[in-house]
Design a protein around this ligand. Structure first.
Ligand code: AMP
Length: 385
């Protein structure tokens, strides 16, 4: 049974006037901590042993003798043997006693089971708890079904390997690194057979995952990830903001395309098959005439999320698109929480977010600002789930 919204909201009754912004220490945690620091809110990173130095050492806040921030942005770090330990009842109690509002990121939804987040994690989440599950492509109700209901263009689904009649992408997890992708592209049933066999041999994919894989049209065009923010604290017409746009660097795909064609052909055949492991991000803007459509897609997503997953999207979300030769964005993935690519505007903001807010506005800062606005207007309960 999912935790009732009323129960989560009532947890705030015992919270201090100034809460602590908490997040899981990976993915976008520096942005969240930096944003909280900029907006004058204390922050906490929940780290895993062996992966804590970035936060506990290198970005750690140091203060001068009167308590002013001298350098760094991470105020406090709690380290656990495993990320999943943050959902232990005693830790939850400690988080509540500390007045922590949890900002969900992909590390939270990857390392803490979704059923635990939905049914047991009694710590207020600044964002959309029930929407985290739509990212799982294997769920019957996922982001594709929500996008379809919203009337947002998605890549055409291909019924099965025999129906592959154009360039397609096969989406399944990596065989060994389960949180990574084992995606591959194919243009015919024959290529599907030979390529999938080779990738199974190479242990990039597992035969068992192939049957459940989604096969969809490959949209030829550059990737633009649109980082939006939706505020329920203002009139609906002013709720949607575009804070920034990013793209990913994927290994070894980006390595391969940096080789001259002759050298690519000299690689062994299996080394020519790219993998899509995200290893970094870059910043982008879009041709201005495309923005109008981008906002339309964002509005449709907000409306559909409110209609089907009440109270709908709250705060940061990301629509990942490819834009084709006619300038049309197709959404191939959704993050119903802060996107990893928001790292590019950490501390600096982005042309769109800054133009809107008249100051450097990263996603982390926008989240902290929303918390501040909610506190000031006694509406904190409206931005947590
Ligand atoms: P994802 O795991 O959905 O974020 O996708 C990883 C990468 O696969 C993206 O960054 C794109 O480069 C690529 N990709 C996914 N779906 C498509 C598609 N339908 N057409 C073209 N590229 C895609």
């Amino acid at each position: 049974m999912p935790l009732p919204l009323g129960e989560i909201r009532s947890l705030l009754d015992g919270y201090p006037r100034t809460p602590t912004v908490g997040t899981v220490g990976s993915h976008s945690a520096i942005d969240v901590a930096d944003g909280a620091a900029t907006e004058g809110l204390p922050n906490l990173v929940l780290a895993q042993a062996g992966r804590e130095a970035t936060y506990a050492q290198y970005f750690r806040t140091t203060r001068d003798h009167v308590g002013g921030r001298r350098r760094g942005c991470v105020d406090d770090v709690w380290t656990f043997p495993k990320f999943a330990d943050i959902a232990a009842p005693a830790v939850q109690e400690r988080l509540r006693n500390h007045g922590v509002l949890l900002v969900p990121n992909r590390a939270l939804s990857s390392y803490v089971p979704l059923s635990t987040i939905e049914e047991e994690l009694r710590v207020p989440i600044v964002g959309s708890r029930t929407l985290l599950r739509i990212e799982e492509r294997t769920e019957r109700e996922n982001y594709y079904t929500l996008l379809e209901r919203a009337g947002i263009p998605i890549p055409r689904a291909i019924a099965g390997p025999e129906a592959i009649d154009r360039l397609a992408i096969v989406k399944l997890p990596h065989a060994v690194r389960r949180l990574e992708r084992g995606f591959f592209t194919v243009a015919s049933p024959e290529e599907y057979r030979t390529k999938s066999e080779r990738l199974i041999e190479r242990k990039t994919i597992a035969a068992a995952d192939l049957a459940a894989a989604r096969i969809e049209e490959y949209v030829l065009g550059p990737v633009f990830n649109f980082n939006f923010f939706f505020s329920p604290l203002v009139p609906r017409a002013q709720g949607l903001e575009l804070l920034g746009v990013d793209e990913r660097r994927e290994s070894n795909l980006d390595g391969l395309v940096r080789l001259p064609a002759g050298q690519q052909l000299e690689l062994s055949e299996s080394a020519r098959i790219p993998e899509y492991t995200v290893v970094g991000h870059g910043t982008l803007t879009v041709r201005e005439s495309i923005l109008e459509e981008v906002f339309r897609l964002g509005e449709k997503f907000v409306d559909a999320s409110r209609a089907h997953y009440a109270p709908g999207i709250l705060g940061a979300f990301c629509l990942q698109t490819c834009i084709d030769k006619d300038g049309r964005p197709t959404v191939f993935d959704v993050a119903a929480r802060i996107g990893g690519g928001t790292n590019i505007h950490l501390g600096l903001g982005h042309p769109y977010g800054n133009a809107l807010w008249r100051m450097p506005m990263s996603t982390g800062r926008r989240i902290a600002l929303e918390i501040r606005h909610a506190i000031d207007s006694n509406r904190l309960k409206e931005i947590v789930t």
